[in-house]
Design a protein around this ligand. Structure first.
Ligand SMILES: [Zn+2]
Length: 234
């Protein structure tokens, strides 16, 4: 069994060798990572490792600690999408939390006739987000599995559904963006593996990504102040 060239090239675009998923230490600049794939029925998990830390190739069964994600890198940023880019969808500026949830690992799903497909963003659809971004952007109602909290010019977003739990804490947010979130009582959350959250992105790039089906989009209700995690000590 193998992934096929189409899926391998999608993984090459999506996966970024930041930290080894076995030992957690960074990859050296020109170090070629080992790609390990664990399968369980129609689902699989592909991840990057130091060649000396993990055998590359296909492995049957989910094996800890590869899947506990303790070494997984992610990046997130916040900004405001101007209303003029959202014509027909919203008459308001939209506060946005954009996250790339998995640099060194990807979920795969096998479908008859189509083989293995990269499935990381689609997984968030299973958690209640929407791949038709326009629906989430025009929807007034929050996504039940999403929650956000703001503290000290930083925002944290959580996705929780059944056993699945993703937490992206302490992302800087400008005061004017935070004001907009408080006024709406929510922030739009976009999950992408295509846009590089660390790079400067144009608003049209983000708006196009949100409505292209390659981004899972939801609305996180803002938790009342004081609710949620404890205040950090200074
Ligand atoms: Zn390693």
């Amino acid at each position: 069994m193998n992934l096929g060239e189409h899926t391998l090239s999608a993984l090459r675009v999506q996966l970024r060798a930041v930290d080894c998923q076995t030992c957690g230490r960074p990859f050296l600049r020109w170090q070629r990572p080992a790609l390990a794939v664990y399968t369980d029925g129609e689902y699989a998990d592909a991840s990057l490792h130091h060649v000396g830390c993990h055998r590359p190739g296909w492995h049957e069964g989910w094996i800890e600690p590869v899947l506990d994600r303790q070494h997984l890198s992610w990046r997130a940023g916040t900004f405001v999408l101007p209303a003029r880019l959202m014509l027909g969808l919203s008459s308001d500026d939209i506060p946005f939390f954009l996250v790339n949830p998995a640099f060194e690992a990807a979920l795969l799903h096998h479908r008859d006739g189509r083989g293995w497909q990269v499935w990381t963003v689609q997984f968030f659809k299973e958690l209640g987000l929407d791949l038709r971004g326009s629906t989430a952007l025009s929807s007034a109602g929050p996504t039940p599995t999403l929650a956000a909290s703001i503290e000290d010019h930083r925002i944290s977003v959580t996705v929780r559904s059944g056993e699945a739990h993703h937490h992206w804490p302490n992302i800087p947010i400008f005061p004017e963006t935070a004001r907009l979130v408080r006024a709406r009582g929510s922030i739009v959350v976009g999950v992408t593996t295509r846009l590089d959250v660390c790079q400067r992105l144009s608003h049209p790039e983000i708006a196009a990504g949100a409505t292209s089906g390659s981004m899972a989009v939801g609305v996180a209700a803002l938790a009342p102040k004081g609710k949620g995690r404890r205040r950090r000590k200074h």
